[in-house]
Design a protein around this ligand. Structure first.
Ligand code: TPP
Length: 698
């Protein structure tokens, strides 16, 4: 099919636009819609959500450049056709064919997506793509590109937190974003006045975003307005919100009965006055671009073309069950690279600072985005202070909104294909970004590998304080500052979760996280930022660990998904302890104390990567020792620690001489502020020692 080539100059726009091609695109969208609606009714597939009434979005896309980015929603079939010219794509996805260009038949129909055509992967979660669109806009601005991103949402979508995040991202950073609100008056059965009060245009203007209301039932008015508004963005005047008034000509979706919630008169009036395809056809005839007879001819030609396409699509292969685990997660293939730099005693905070500088040195697009990270202090913990000094502009302070932060880094990574870093001050506060993080981890699976979201989320986690719990005063992190985080991140399919225990591992793993194509949650334990190597109860540093506080200069990486095994004592291991983060230090102290008094050897498996964790290392340690304790700083609820414990029961049962033991924090919110309650909440070396003694006595 013919599609329009872009044009951006307002005064010549109307002349350059191929009006007939635009009309044909809109007719193709409507006809595809009608065919698929019927096929759904005939039981050919389970679900369909249509575009009838929204076809003038093709005129918006026609006014953009081919290289501009699109973030569409389910009513934007005409935008898909206008951008790609691919009439087979929507049919392939409706019939769940592996040839589908959006997700190889994996997702519901009408979820537009194409990396090749710069169409971000539409989510079913209304509004959820918005923070990513802001990240794309941020990246375009970063690279001083002339491109922009168009983000569309319905009137219901405007009410989501996600949309408000995009609005703020765009307004605060003056990003090249065109926000189009396709207001058809309905969000399923809810009318638009429920979504916002007053005027959307005035609301946007008050927030620093230029805005206009546009009649979307008039295709030429839509095209001309877009051309003007795009000019506003490209001339550096900041983002724009277009309030596009439309009518919804069908029910919300194939699952909704239109008559159950809309008045007959309103439906008839909408059909008679708000059909953009009919209106545009009439305009073309009135202005001499088409004859009356052409309208029917084009409709018939398009239908015949689509029926041929449908017949072809039906011959194409359907998904097979064996591919169900494809594109869940992508862990980078580690390349052996022995650290060559001179080693210096370094804290974990120093090691993280160094890693961020290394990432910036190797990649001019790398940045850290988060609250306070751009200040000379380098964020509240000082993790970016070296970056601020050595690479001005690469640590960018954000508004106080965690979803906004994650969206910027995630969307920017989608543009570059390289991980950018979001810093969340305390892991507790990732919760407002939880949906965005889950979506980021789902993108590769949902799009059948077409898209990926490389992203590092660094965050302070666990209790505060300056060292292992048993060797320091109380952390005093209290509620809101003390959660561990792995109980959240390790349950997200597609997410890599790392929790280093030592400075050496922190630097090497953070540098490797920079190579990952799946999002990484990088949990930095507050207690470990400045801690020294662990000591036994005689004050002797535990030799097996001490070397990890000497960190090589320069670049080196450590493999994701590989645990570190530490042997405390001599001879065969009589017990395996599985731990990560601060608990590795506590476990080392406990093991050293036991070995000092009783002799023998204890194996400690420091998981380092929690998801995916090193199953082989865990199984091997259990096989050797026949006894195991899992130690976690998490509260004793459904936790990552419980998952490891259960995995051992399931996979290592016949290697065990007794029930695997479990040591955790208490099942209460983490953590009381005062020292007596706080230390009672967490497991310490003493708790672990007691558990070891119990096991040994069995
Ligand atoms: C976050 C979220 N909440 C609820 C839903 C269920 N849902 C699907 S579409 C929809 C209405 C969206 O309305 P609007 O944004 O106005 O778009 P329209 O369908 O009217 O074009 C709702 C509530 C969802 N998909 N996502």
């Amino acid at each position: 099919m013919t599609v329009n080539i872009r044009t951006t100059e307002a005064n010549v726009a109307a002349q350059r636009l191929d009006l007939i091609a635009l009309y044909r695109t809109m007719v193709t969208a409507r006809t595809t819609n009608d065919i698929l609606k019927t096929r759904k009714t005939q039981g050919k597939f389970a679900f369909y959500i249509g575009c009838a009434g929204h076809e003038s979005i093709a005129a918006v896309v026609a006014a953009l450049n081919e290289d501009d980015w699109l973030s569409l929603y389910y009513r934007d079939l005409a935008a898909w056709l206008q951008r790609t010219g691919d009439i087979h794509g929507p049919l392939r996805e409706a019939y769940s064919r592996t040839t589908g260009p959006m997700c190889s038949g994996r997702n519901m129909p009408s979820h537009y997506s194409s990396k090749r055509h710069r169409i971000l992967p539409t989510f079913s979660e209304v509004g959820a793509l918005a923070p990513f669109a802001g990240g794309v806009g941020f990246s375009l601005q970063w690279h001083k590109s002339n491109d922009l991103i168009m983000y569309t949402a319905g009137d219901g979508g405007v009410a989501t937190n996600d949309f408000n995040v995009l609005f703020r991202q765009a307004a605060v950073h003056k990003l090249p974003v065109l926000m189009v609100v396709e207001d058809n008056g309905w969000a399923i059965t809810t009318a638009s006045p429920i979504q916002w009060a007053g005027s959307l245009v005035e609301w946007a203007r008050g927030g620093g975003v230029y805005s206009e209301e546009v009649d979307g039932t008039d295709t030429m008015a839509t095209y001309e307005a877009t051309t003007r508004l795009v000019q506003h963005i490209r001339s550096g005047q900041g983002p724009v919100l277009m309030h596009l008034r439309l009518g919804l000509l069908d029910a919300h979706s194939s699952s909704t009965d239109i008559k159950s919630y809309r008045e007959k008169e309103e439906i008839e009036l909408t059909t008679a006055t708000k059909d953009p395809v009919k209106n545009f056809g009439r305009w073309l005839v009135e202005h001499g671009h088409l004859q009356e007879a052409d309208i029917d001819r084009i409709r018939k030609e398009v239908r015949a073309e689509l029926e041929r396409a449908e017949a072809q699509v039906l011959q194409e292969p359907e998904p097979t069950p064996d591919r169900v685990m494809n594109h869940v997660i992508s862990v980078p293939q580690w390349r052996e690279n022995t650290p060559r730099g001179k080693k210096r005693p370094t804290t974990m905070l120093g090691a993280i600072n160094e890693a961020l500088v290394e990432l910036a040195q190797r990649d001019s697009g790398f940045f850290v985005y988060g609250q306070d990270v751009g200040s000379p202090k380098g964020g509240v913990f000082g993790a970016t202070s070296m970056l601020v000094t050595q690479f001005p502009g690469r640590a960018v302070s954000s508004p106080l909104n965690e979803q906004l932060i994650v969206g910027i880094a995630a969307g920017a990574g989608m543009v570059d294909g390289k991980a950018r870093c979001a810093e969340i001050q305390f892991v507790d506060y990732h919760q407002s970004a939880a949906q965005t993080i889950r979506m980021a981890a789902r993108v590769s699976y949902q799009s059948y590998g077409d898209w990926s979201v490389p992203l590092i989320i660094r965050t302070k986690s666990g209790s505060g304080g300056g060292g292992p719990i048993s060797s320091s005063t109380a952390g005093g992190g209290a509620f809101g500052h003390s959660n561990t985080g792995e109980q959240w991140f390790t349950t997200i399919p597609g997410m890599i979760t790392i929790c280093p225990a030592t400075p050496f591992d922190a630097k090497g793993l953070l540098l490797e996280a920079g190579r990952a194509q799946s999002p990484v949650a990088f949990l930095e334990r507050g207690r470990l930022y400045r801690s020294e190597p662990p000591k036994d109860d005689q004050g002797k540093i535990i030799a097996a660990m001490a070397e990890c506080w000497n960190v090589p200069d320069g670049y080196y990486t450590l493999p994701i998904g590989k645990a570190r095994r530490l042997r405390i004592g001599e001879g065969p291991s009589s017990l395996a302890i599985i731990a990560w983060g601060t608990m590795v230090l506590e476990a080392c102290t406990a093991a050293a104390n036991i070995v000092n008094s009783q002799g023998g050897a204890i194996d400690i498996v420091d998981l380092r990567t929690l998801a995916p964790f090193d199953e082989e290392a865990v199984a091997a340690a259990v096989r050797e020792a026949n006894r195991v304790i899992v130690v976690t700083e998490e509260a004793d609820l459904s936790s990552f620690g419980r998952h490891i414990h259960s995995w051992i029961v399931q996979h290592c049962f016949y290697d065990l001489d007794g029930t695997p033991a479990f040591v955790s924090a208490l099942p209460a919110p983490p953590a009381p502020y005062n020292a007596p309650e706080e230390t009672a909440f967490y497991p310490t070396a003493r708790t672990i020692e007691e558990k070891i003694e119990e096991l040994m006595a069995e």
